[in-house]
Design a protein around this ligand. Structure first.
Ligand SMILES: NC(=O)c1ccc[n+]([C@@H]2O[C@H](COP(=O)([O-])OP(=O)(O)OC[C@H]3O[C@@H](n4cnc5c(N)ncnc54)[C@H](OP(=O)(O)O)[C@@H]3O)[C@@H](O)[C@H]2O)c1
Length: 260
C-alpha cells in the first residue's frame, strides 16, 4: 500500500517528532509532512532538518490540506483541540492520543472519517518501532510498517492490553538502572555496567526474535536456567519476593486506567 502524498500532524511534540523523523529518514517515505506550529521549538527543528516539513499555525488548514491526519496532542486537551475541527467524510484520521477511546474521538470529530488508533513508540524515529493499531486498516498499517512493524488488533480488548504492555518501557529501563546502581555499589564503574546491560538485554531480545514462531518466553527462561544454577536462583528469588506479583498488579492497574 503506497503512503499518502501528505501527512498532517495536529500536535508537534515528542511522538510527532519521532514519527516525522522516521518517515523522512533517507530515503523519505512521503513527499510532504505538515505539522502544527506547537510546539514551536520542535516544529522549527523538524523544518530545519527536513525540507519536506511545512509548518502551519492553523489546525483547520492542516485538516483541509491532508488526506491523512495524525492526532498527537495530550489527552487532557484532546477534546478542546479536536471538537472545533471540521473533517471530510472518508478522511483517514490516526489518533495516537493515549487513554482516549474511539467513541469519544468519533463524537468529537463528528464526521464519517476512517478513524484508527495507534500506539507508536519513540523508536519509530529509527524505523524500529512496533505499533499496535486498532482496528486493522491498510493505510494506517502502511504508515507504521514504514516505521518498523505493526500489530493489528481485531478488538478493543486486544488494543487495550497492548496499550498496558507498552507502558512497560520505563520499568524496563528502571530495571536496568537499578541493576547498574547495584553493580556500582559493589564496585563496577557505572559506564561499564550500562554498556554490559544494554548489550545483555539486546542479546536477550534478539534471542526471542529468532526463537521462531510459537516460541514461549517461559521456555526461553527455562532454557537459560540451568538446574540449580545462578539464573534459576535469581528468578526464583525474584518470583518468591513478590516481583512477579508486583508486575501483575502494575499491569492490572494500568489496564484499569486505560479502560476507564
Ligand atoms: N511520547 C510518546 O512516546 C507517546 C507514545 C504514544 C502515544 N503518545 C501520545 O501522543 C500524544 C502526544 O504525546 P507527546 O509525548 O508527543 O506529548 P507532547 O510532547 O506534550 O506533545 C503534544 C504537543 O501538542 C501541542 N499542542 C498543545 N495544544 C495544541 C493545539 N491547540 N494545537 C496543536 N498542538 C497543540 C503541544 O504544544 P506546546 O508545547 O506548545 O503546548 C505539544 O507540543 C499524547 O496523547 C500521548 O499520550 C505519546
Amino acid at each position: 500500500m503506497p503512503l499518502p502524498e501528505k501527512i498532517g500532524f495536529i500536535g508537534t511534540g515528542a511522538i510527532t517528532d519521532a514519527m516525522v523523523r522516521g518517515l523522512l529518514a533517507e530515503p523519505a517515505a512521503v513527499p510532504h509532512v505538515v505539522v502544527s506550529r506547537r510546539n514551536a521549538d520542535v516544529s522549527a527543528k523538524l523544518a530545519a532538518d527536513f525540507p519536506q516539513v511545512l509548518i502551519s499555525s492553523d489546525n483547520q488548514a492542516i485538516v483541509e490540506g491532508c488526506n491523512t491526519l495524525v492526532l498527537a496532542i495530550r489527552p487532557q486537551i484532546a477534546e478542546e483541540v479536536v471538537r472545533p475541527l471540521r473533517f471530510r467524510d472518508g478522511q483517514t484520521v490516526i489518533s495516537v492520543v493515549a487513554a482516549t477511546g474511539r467513541s469519544c474521538l468519533m463524537q468529537w470529530i463528528g464526521g464519517d472519517v476512517r478513524l484508527t488508533q495507534a500506539i507508536p513508540l519513540p523508536f519509530v524515529a529509527r524505523r524500529k518501532g512496533v505499533t499496535a493499531v486498532y482496528p486493522p486498516d491498510a493505510d494506517t498499517a502502511a504508515v507504521f510498517t514504514t516505521l518498523g512493524s505493526v500489530v493489528e488488533c481485531e478488538t478493543k480488548t486486544e488494543y487495550d492490553l497492548l496499550a498496558a504492555a507498552s507502558a512497560l518501557v520505563a520499568t524496563y529501563f528502571g530495571f536496568m538502572h537499578r541493576t547498574t546502581e547495584w553493580l556500582a555499589e559493589h564496585g563496577l564503574p557505572k559506564e561499564k555496567g550500562r554498556a554490559y546491560l544494554a548489550l545483555l538485554f539486546a542479546g536477550m531480545s534478539e534471542t526471542a526474535l529468532h526463537a521462531g514462531k510459537g516460541f514461549d518466553f517461559i521456555n526461553l527462561s527455562r532454557e537459560f536456567a540451568t538446574k540449580g544454577g545462578l539464573n534459576e536462583q535469581v528468578f526464583q528469588d525474584f518470583d518468591g519476593s513478590g516481583g512477579s506479583n508486583a508486575l501483575r498488579r502494575a499491569l492490572d492497574r494500568v489496564l484499569e486506567r486505560i479502560t476507564q
